[in-house]
Design a protein around this ligand. Structure first.
Ligand SMILES: [Zn+2]
Length: 429
């Protein structure tokens, strides 16, 4: 039995993937997030993908042989992350995209620009993050009848999309037709807060799951109104997804951007397009004008930091995404910087982690007690093992050692190796 177990462990270590029905992460410090507590030196048991027990560690010899044991001594266990504003790549790059996210602790991605093929491919690869899929976007250019909107909602719902992505709407009757269609076809809305609707009416519907890019709070004209928006969105469980990193890029020198970590995993054609854009920009600007532009971008970014801080201080709900779709955006890799922006806004580490996991799980599951985003008995084992304490410094999220998704144990090293292999084959190496 012992020899058999050792053999299995060796085989698992070679592949970097452990799948076993019973797992115990032993002697670890667990940060559960749904309560303001830290469990020190505990054993967290996982059975068939769910946390089944959390108990004080009594020694490794107490753990039954039938368990896969992970030594958590000196390490930290937190719920894994959700990327609330992802843009999926072309289908041939989806597997790599998923691994880039997993390697950075992101086990669920909400896709913000839907294409039909997403439905078919959402479970194609293993391991993969869970994809939470938005429909093709609604924009003000579409002036559809209520019947047409009802039939589109029916198509999206039956196809398997989870929500309808809003960029803008033609008018309020179109907006309310979408609200009704979503209600009838088990969908909800998320996206930019349409200017002709405003944050109050959007939140009031109870169908708007999240407002992207701070587009709700940026529409107010007074501080008093701002507080009321925060209050109303909080009451109606509308999450703010500020996508800070997308706005951060403008203040960074282009050379620095071109050396960002993870760019080697981006398609060569895309990298070339970015380079050309930068070249063009350099041709038509001077070093002085670039400096002025960077200063302006920084000032705008600082204003956004201020809004994020106000949302946080007034109890508003936030979720996390770098929106790595802009120039030199790198999915997964940019996620950690987004967490740092939350920290720069003055949000303490525990609340940043809550936004990254528990809030995301609540938003996508639309429940007060979602199935993951916490460490408690009965919750889905979507977890991360870190070698540094994230409550001391949010940058500890750079030290992810192990990613557990629905009880499947993945070493970060094995994911990185798989990414390299896949990247080589995509680049024709
Ligand atoms: Zn976006």
């Amino acid at each position: 039995m012992k020899i058999f177990k050792v053999l299995i462990l060796i085989l698992c270590c070679i592949s970097g993937v452990h799948t076993q029905d019973s797992i115990v992460i032993a002697n670890i410090t667990a940060i559960p997030l749904h309560i303001n507590k830290v469990y020190k030196n505990v054993d967290v048991e996982i059975i068939e993908g769910f946390v089944s027990r959390i108990s004080d560690h009594k020694g490794f010899e107490e753990i039954p042989d039938t368990y896969l044991t992970i030594d958590g001594t000196g390490k930290f266990l937190i719920p894994s992350f959700g990327d609330a504003h992802g843009h999926l790549p072309d289908s041939n790059r989806l597997e790599l995209y998923g691994l880039m996210q997993l390697a950075h602790g992101v086990t669920s991605v909400r896709s913000m620009r839907g294409k039909e093929w997403h439905i078919k491919h959402r479970n194609r690869y293993s391991p993969t993050p869970t994809y939470y899929l938005g429909s093709p976007p609604v924009s003000r250019r579409q002036s559809y009848s209520a019947e047409k909107i009802d039939s589109l909602g029916k198509i999206y719902g039956e196809a398997g999309f989870d929500f309808v992505k809003v960029l803008s709407v033609a008018d309020s009757s179109t907006f309310y037709s979408w609200v009704k269609s979503c209600l009838d076809h088990n969908l909800f809305l998320a996206g930019h807060c349409p200017r002709n609707i405003g944050p109050f009416r959007a939140a009031e519907t109870m169908m708007f799951a999240s407002i992207e890019h701070l587009s709700g709070v940026l529409q107010v004209s007074s501080l008093d109104e701002l507080y009321r928006v925060i209050e109303m969105t909080k009451d109606r469980s509308v999450f703010h997804c500020p996508t800070m990193d997308w706005y951060f890029t403008g203040q960074v020198i282009e050379d620095t951007l071109a050396n960002k970590p993870g760019l080697q995993y981006i398609a060569t054609e895309k990298l070339n397009t970015w380079e050309e854009k930068v070249d063009e920009y350099y041709k038509e600007s001077t070093s002085e004008s670039r400096e002025t532009s960077r200063a302006k971008e920084k000032a705008n970014f600082d204003v956004r930091l201020g809004y994020l801080k106000l949302i946080y201080e007034n109890g508003g709900l936030t979720v996390v995404s770098p929106d790595a779709s802009g120039i030199y955006g790198v999915p997964g890799f940019d996620y950690q910087r987004e967490l740092q922006h939350f920290s720069t806004a003055g949000i303490p580490p525990r609340d940043i982690l809550t936004a990254a996991s528990l809030n995301y799980a609540k938003m996508t599951e639309r429940k007060q007690f979602p199935s993951w985003g916490t460490i408690k008995v009965g919750s889905r084992a979507n977890l991360l093992i870190l070698t540094a304490n994230p409550l001391e410094n949010i940058n500890a999220v750079d030290y992810i050692e192990t990613i557990i998704i629905s009880g499947e144990v993945l070493s970060r090293t094995s994911i990185l190796e798989k990414m390299d292999r896949l990247n080589q084959s995509l680049k024709g190496g």
